[in-house]
Ligand binder design. Sequence first.
Ligand code: COA
Length: 210
Amino acid sequence: MPLFYQHNINETTKIGIWRIEEHEDFFLQRVPLLNDVSHPYKRLQHLAGRYLLPVLFNDFPLDEIIIADTKKPFLENEQYHFSISHSGNFVAAIASKENRVGVDLELVTPRINNISGKFLSDSEKKYIDGWNELPQLKLQLTTVYWSAKEALFKWYGKGGVDFRKHIEINSVKHNRNKGSLDCLFKKEGMTELVVHYQLFTGFVSAWVCT
Ligand SMILES: CC(C)(COP(=O)(O)OP(=O)(O)OC[C@H]1O[C@@H](n2cnc3c(N)ncnc32)[C@H](O)[C@@H]1OP(=O)(O)O)[C@@H](O)C(=O)NCCC(=O)NCCS
């Protein structure tokens, strides 16, 4: 079974990562295709993300998912809060009966350095540059910062987030292959949040649960 990773965040919140090895017919047995996703691989990722939700909570009502104008998927009655991310052949999903959540998964590639100026503030860049002696960890950490901001974007769900201006990452607690980031989300007031992350071979994942 290609459930690659699963973790119970608290009593009502679970996160999972699926490694896609199946054809889309496998997912279509359980997942209603409500979105018109024309690109075959994107459709496969989309279906796998949906499929993972009832793997986490078997009463998850997939057929009740609605897409907001902002593109955020949600359940009208908020039976679950949830978030999905896909990159390459990995898909992450987080679902919670009580907490607002956001998840992101990113492959680690040096291409992130081409866009880091768009999402890192000067002080965040300076902090990451301090990891120069460990180039692989520096690349992973840059990807973690991007992933954390994407997870916060999804957690917020209303769009209009400037990653440099509205999300400030103030400190990093890193231990072996995982850690947490103390963040300040600066829209609709100031909200202090902790984003958790984990490093895997070839990719990283970040999630927030409040
Ligand atoms: C929407 C966005 C977060 C998707 O990120 P991505 O890396 O392209 O794709 P991911 O696989 O991680 O996430 C896609 C999933 O996010 C979810 N999603 C889409 N829009 C969303 C939104 N506005 N809010 C919450 N979740 C959203 C969907 O579940 C989608 O998957 P699905 O359509 O198969 O269900 C991204 O395109 C985006 O707009 N980012 C913020 C803006 C930005 O990048 N600014 C530039 C700063 S430098």
